[in-house]
Write a protein that binds this ligand. Structure first.
Ligand SMILES: Nc1ncnc2c1ncn2[C@@H]1O[C@H](COP(=O)(O)OP(=O)(O)OP(=O)(O)O)[C@@H](O)[C@H]1O
Length: 448
């Protein structure tokens, strides 16, 4: 059952264009600060408040962070989530990171104080009619609202900034935008800004000419030239070296690049989708990410909710991964409804990726194993090998190494020595497994 069915505030109602999210408005009455006396009515279910231009309530107060807090309507209550603001959010004088407002609560951010009221006039926002957008699945209200935004963005050339915790599907979302766009026949090029070396970053983005630096043995295009006619996905954009930020901004403004080692401009025609797993507005507040580049990227900001906010998606995702993985893993045991239900009750800090790995483990080892994540019960102290006669950090490393070795030995046995499958099941990269095998003298066959 869709959880939102019993949520009296956010309900799905049929409309001529399919399903519509029916939600309340939030009224904000400013009591103190530069906008004292102003009243605004903002549509739920989510309202972004801050001094940034992309906020629903733009606070003209320099002591307020760009994205200071988010309000969310949940079951007739207003939830207050501080967005990692610099000077915090207080509710009735108490500092709050995540809490609920009472009807007469006073909220203070910087020098601005306001009161919140839920307005009982419904507004209707069209949700995406299906439960899949590209390769992204989701039946929760939250995901169908995301799909509706992605679909609208895909039809345009607007730059999209996707924010979401690790494993929430930022890369699948970027691909889905590309595939649903008029550029779908063009290339889709990914650059992970967290893995490029600062020395080579400029050449990766803009290309270089032969001889422009040691190792530049021939002319090479950068990703913008390579993706001409298609989409560039800049993953972990918050990690882009600071010195390159103005150059990227200039390139996006002019749609021209200059390869390293030449002044000759080359035009390109790409759409940019960027992603980050930490709120980029916070990086702007801290001065590590340029504000002008942030606004250039966040033309369409999209937040992918963590799995904890859309548990109604879990069973469909489990079924989907079961189907996808069971052939590859030669598993003939379908997961029982009981097992699928047990997945819904767990916390998935690694979000959809962790859930997928757990399904893979359940298919490989049987139900109980897969559903176990780091929330397991009481540890078996004996098997932890605790020795009080050695320093804590020494013992911790010894136990961790023993665990890693035995885990990988069993996993390699399970996969008949197939390193790629062992890595996939373990949720680590192939390289990690290969290095560990070398370190512990493990072999890709059944040898201990
Ligand atoms: N809504 C979804 N439907 C189906 N599969 C999904 C969905 N979201 C994520 N996945 C799957 O979960 C895994 C992780 O997704 P992805 O790599 O896109 O996450 P991410 O947010 O980019 O992660 P990271 O921040 O760690 O790079 C992939 O296998 C992807 O196919």
């Amino acid at each position: 059952m869709n959880r939102d069915d019993d949520d009296s505030t956010n309900t799905m109602v049929p409309s001529p264009n399919g399903l519509t999210l029916r939600t309340n408005k939030i009224r904000v009455e400013v009591i103190q600060g530069p906008q004292a006396g102003e009243t605004l009515e903002l549509p739920g279910p989510g309202v972004r408040i801050g001094s940034g231009a992309d906020c629903d309530f733009k606070v003209k107060d320099p002591t307020v962070s760009r994205h200071h807090l988010t309000l969310r309507i949940e079951r007739n209550k207003i939830r207050i989530l501080d967005a990692g603001s610099l000077n915090g959010t207080t509710v009735d004088g108490v500092q709050v990171r995540d809490g609920y407002a009472r009807p007469d609560s006073r909220i203070t951010i910087g020098k601005t104080e306001f009161r919140l009221l839920m307005v009982n006039t419904f507004i209707e926002l069209p949700l995406f009619p299906g439960e899949r957008f590209g390769h992204m699945l989701g039946r929760s209200t939250a995901m169908r609202a995301v799909f509706a935004v992605l679909e609208r963005a895909a039809a345009t050339d607007a730059t999209v900034l996707i924010e979401g915790e690790t494993g929430t599907g930022k890369e699948v979302a970027a691909r889905a935008i590309h595939e649903a766009s008029p550029r779908s026949k063009g290339p889709f090029i990914v650059l992970d800004c967290s893995t490029i070396s600062p020395e080579l970053a400029e050449s990766e983005l803009f290309g270089h000419v032969k001889g422009s630096f040691t190792g530049a043995t021939m002319d090479r295009p950068g990703i913008f030239e390579e993706a001409d006619g298609g989409t560039v996905f800049l993953d972990e954009i918050g990690e882009l070296p600071h010195g390159l930020q103005p150059k990227l901004l200039r390139a996006l403004e002019s749609m021209e690049v200059r390869r390293v080692g030449t002044n000759r401009p080359k035009r390109f025609d790409v759409r940019v989708v960027a992603a980050t797993n930490r709120p980029l507005s916070r990086a702007v507040d801290l001065g590590v990410f340029r504000e002008d580049l942030y606004y250039r990227l966040a033309v369409v900001p999209v937040r992918l909710p963590p799995l904890s906010e859309r548990s109604e998606d879990i069973s469909m995702l489990v079924r989907h991964f079961e189907k996808e993985l069971s052939t590859r893993m030669r598993s003939t045991r379908p997961l029982s409804q009981e097992v699928i239900d047990s997945f819904s009750g767990l916390t998935w800090n690694g979000n959809v990726r962790e859930l997928r790995n757990a399904v893979a483990r359940a298919l490989a080892f049987g139900a109980g194993e897969g559903a176990k994540n780091n929330e397991g019960g009481e540890p078996d102290l004996q098997s932890l090998g605790i020795r009080l006669d050695e320093p804590l950090l020494h013992g911790r490393d010894r136990v961790a190494q023993a665990y890693e070795k035995h885990y990988l030995r069993l996993m390699l046995q399970k996969t008949d020595g197939n390193v790629s499958r062992a890595a996939e099941l373990a949720g680590v990269g192939r390289k990690f497994v290969q290095m560990a095998m070398k370190r512990y003298g493990l072999r890709g066959d059944l040898e201990p």
